[in-house]
Design a protein around this ligand. Sequence first.
Ligand code: ZN
Length: 270
Amino acid sequence: MKNKECNLVKDLLPNYIDKVTSNETNVFIEEHLKNCDECRESFKNMSEEIKVDYKNNENKKINIFKKVNNKIKLLKTIIFVIIFLFIVIFIRKVAILYKVENMAIKADYKNYSKIRVETTENCTIKKEYYKHNDNFVAITTRIDEEGVEEMIEYQLNGIKDRRSFKNKVENKDVNKDKNSIREDVRYQFLNKSFWGNIGVASIDSIKSVELGHKDCYLLVGDDYLNFIDKETGLTIKDVNFHNNFVIDYKYTFGDVTDEKIENLINDFQS
Ligand SMILES: [Zn+2]
């Protein structure tokens, strides 16, 4: 009889510990436990086991929570680092452009020469510009596929003379170049306005490269390359993939004399 009751109690114990047994059953089990050492021992062991199980479960839950929390922290850190890098890269671009533009502005434009060679699919146009104090001479030459040069425009102090040239170049063939100082100093990205400065974002990257033994900044855009001489801050090469042209610039400062200008005028008049 006792053995039968013991088996019954042992069957019920798990539910009893989980507190899902009825009041009547509880009274029955508790009465039995009072009088049976064996079942009391079983009850003790089972309770402990379940406690340990419960603890393990709780620990697992805490661990999962910690893992999720750590992942969120990592994600936040990654996002922060990315935003931070974007800001640093943007500031670097602006700083470089300010530096080169300030350098370019400070050059001595009272006495300088500039040679601009524009190469398109159809032809090559060379524009020479010599300035000494208030006098300047601008000569535009077209170079054909065989390398034959033909002067197409001549300017003395801004007065154009195109009449004497047989082949006139249509304006659309030549990218606008006003031979002004503004043109030399490329206000391409900075200086215009707040929104103009935002244009810095259109530069994909600025790299340090060497071009013709000159250390340059290379501005890389979607469809253009812009090489800026680190020493002078002046653009020395423009490549445009959208309109298919390459422009090379050469500058000298301080070596244009009145004599040089006079010789250019005499060459033209003879
Ligand atoms: Zn028992």
